[in-house]
Ligand binder design. Structure first.
Ligand code: C5P
Length: 297
């Protein structure tokens, strides 16, 4: 008996960051879009909680209880007085530590998979509460599609998307630590009055109408200056994708993955080919959005 769940990566088409809160987090207006790069999380009964991972970046994935998939199994089991005795296998295709919520995806995937394996029938709101406890981006990995995240990003309002968007993701060598990027954001904004974070009506309209050109004019990531400050070479990656014909170029979340919006699938293939044959990234992947949230296969 095993259960497999497929979970998407995300890109933030608007990541508006407010000032640091007393709890160390930042208030956000975070417009998430799920993209068609997926991890698959499989759980089966075992003598104790163990994790394995396969995929090109598997060696970078922690296989201990710091992995969000393990923490998800533990939290769900604890709520039901169970012992989290499962083997979790992650088939990893989402770039690791790349700002695409790969770790969050595995947390949401393991949660949904264990809920099915243990036949708990948890409600959506119970699962979302556990997701929020696991991390700010984990609720969105469960929900997928498109959503505005407020609070620290965990309070979601689903958004309508009127068409398919085509993306290229340039995968960098090595990751960037999310807390380090937020720390750099604070350093760069020292003494600055940071406005309350908000998503623009233009951006929400562009999503609703499925208009790639309008979306390209509205995307923005407030963490981008901090990511570029910590990894200046990302400026060359962004410039290379723009020169290759992308409509928009931005750092994905806290980076270092960079995201390029293109007008159609052919343009995405062209931009990806140019990036792959350049020295500005490790590899480039094409994907579409929106993608479905965590799904039992
Ligand atoms: O919620 P999560 O565990 O993914 O957050 C990782 C880190 O990112 C936090 O410890 C914090 O440093 C930073 N963060 C933040 N504000 C947010 C989300 C994350 O400062 N809204």
């Amino acid at each position: 008996m095993s259960v497999t769940v497929r979970v998407p990566a995300k890109v933030n088409v608007r990541l508006a960051v407010g000032g640091a809160r007393p709890d160390g987090f930042h208030d956000l207006a975070n417009v998430f879009l799920a993209v068609s790069l997926y991890d698959e999380v499989t759980v089966r009964p075992a003598a104790s909680l163990t994790i394995t991972c396969e995929g090109p970046d598997a060696h970078q994935v922690p296989l201990d209880r710091t992995n969000l998939a393990a923490r998800a199994a533990e939290l769900l089991a604890a709520r039901h007085g169970l012992s989290p005795d499962v083997h979790i296998h992650i088939a990893k295709d989402i770039p690791v530590a790349g700002g695409m919520a790969g770790g969050s995806a595995d947390g949401a995937g393991a949660l949904l998979a264990c809920d099915a394996l243990w036949d708990l029938g948890s409600s959506r709101s119970e699962l979302l509460a556990i997701c929020a406890e696991l991390g700010s981006d984990v609720p969105f990995s469960l929900v997928g599609g498109a959503a505005l995240g407020t609070g620290r990003g965990e309070r979601l309002t689903e958004l309508a998307v009127g068409g398919e968007f085509h993306w290229v993701f340039a995968v960098a060598d090595g990751g960037l630590s999310t807390p380090a990027v937020y720390g750099e954001f604070d350093r760069l904004n020292e003494g600055v009055e940071v406005p309350d974070p908000a998503a623009s009506p233009e951006l929400l309209d562009a999503l609703r109408t499925g208009d790639a050109t309008a979306l390209a004019g509205a995307v923005a990531n407030d963490l981008q200056p901090a990511a570029l400050s910590l990894r200046p070479s990302l400026a060359q990656t962004l410039a290379a994708g723009t020169a290759a014909g992308a409509l928009a170029a931005l750092v994905s979340g806290s980076g270092p993955t960079t995201a390029f919006l293109t007008k159609d699938a052919d343009a995405a293939e062209e931009v990806a080919e140019v990036l792959r044959s350049s020295s500005v990234c490790r590899t480039a992947r094409v994907a579409t959005s929106p993608a479905a949230g965590a799904t039992v296969l």
